[in-house]
Design a protein around this ligand. Structure first.
Ligand SMILES: [Zn+2]
Ligand SMILES: [Zn+2]
Length: 193
C-alpha cells in the first residue's frame, strides 16, 4: 500500500559534510516516505554553541534546537546531516537524534565512515549506512518507536555492526504504524491543527 504523504522533507547538509554523499539520500527517501524531498544548500548552520570541549563532541539535542529555530517557518520535516561526532549526555555517542512525532532530525556520518575505524573509505557502504540512519530518525519524526526486529530500520543500533545487520526498510508492523501516523498527520493538517 503506498503512503499518501503530504509532508515534505528538507535535507540540510551541515558544513563540512560531503555534499555528494548527502545528495544520495534524496531519491531513496522520497520513495520510502512517498513525499517530496528537497536538498538545502543555502543555510549556514553555526555549531559553535553545540560543541562540548571536554568530550570533543557536539551535542545533538542542541543542534536540533538550532535547526528548529532556523526552520520554524518550514512546513515539513528537517533532516540535518553532519560529519562531526554527536553525543547526548547519557550516551558515549549517537548516530543521530530526532524529535519523536516532531519535525527535526539530525544524523552524523562520523561513525558511519570506515575511516573512523582505521579502514579505507568505502563510499558505497557509508551511503548505505547513512540511508538507514536517516530513515530511522525520520521514522521517529513520523511517530515510530524502536522495534525489536533486528532487520527493521527502526531497530536501535548501538554499534556500526548493528547498523550493517539491519535493512533500510520498515518491517510490516512498523510500516503499518507509519501509514497510520502519516494518515493522522495528514488529517490534522487538513483540519487546520
Ligand atoms: Zn532511534
Ligand atoms: Zn519494525
Amino acid at each position: 500500500m503506498p503512503l499518501a504523504n503530504s509532508s515534505k522533507i528538507l535535507i540540510v547538509p551541515i558544513h563540512p559534510v560531503d555534499f555528494e554523499l548527502v545528495s544520495t539520500l534524496v531519491s531513496p527517501l522520497s520513495k520510502i516516505f512517498n513525499c517530496e524531498v528537497l536538498l538545502d544548500n543555502t543555510n549556514h548552520i553555526n555549531l559553535l554553541s553545540t560543541y562540548d570541549s571536554s568530550r570533543a563532541q557536539f551535542n545533538s539535542t542542541k543542534i536540533i534546537s538550532i535547526l528548529f529555530e532556523k526552520f520554524k517557518n518550514f512546513n515539513g520535516k528537517i533532516l540535518g546531516v553532519i560529519s562531526v561526532d554527536l553525543f547526548i549526555p547519557v550516551l558515549t555517542y549517537v548516530f543521530g537524534e530526532a524529535q519523536l512525532k516532531g519535525k527535526i532530525a539530525v544524523v552524523s556520518t562520523f561513525r558511519l565512515s570506515e575511516i573512523t575505524y582505521g579502514l579505507p573509505e568505502n563510499k558505497k557502504l557509508t551511503a548505505e549506512r547513512l540511508l538507514k540512519e536517516a530513515v530511522h530518525e525520520l521514522g521517529h519524526n513520523f511517530g515510530l518507536l524502536h522495534c525489536e526486529n533486528y532487520l527493521c530500520v527502526m531497530h536501535s543500533s548501538t554499534s556500526v555492526e548493528e547498523v550493517d545487520i539491519k535493512t533500510s526498510s520498515f518491517c510490516d508492523k512498523c510500516y503499518e504504524e507509519l501509514s497510520r501516523q502519516i494518515f493522522s498527520e495528514f488529517n490534522d493538517h487538513h483540519n487546520g491543527k
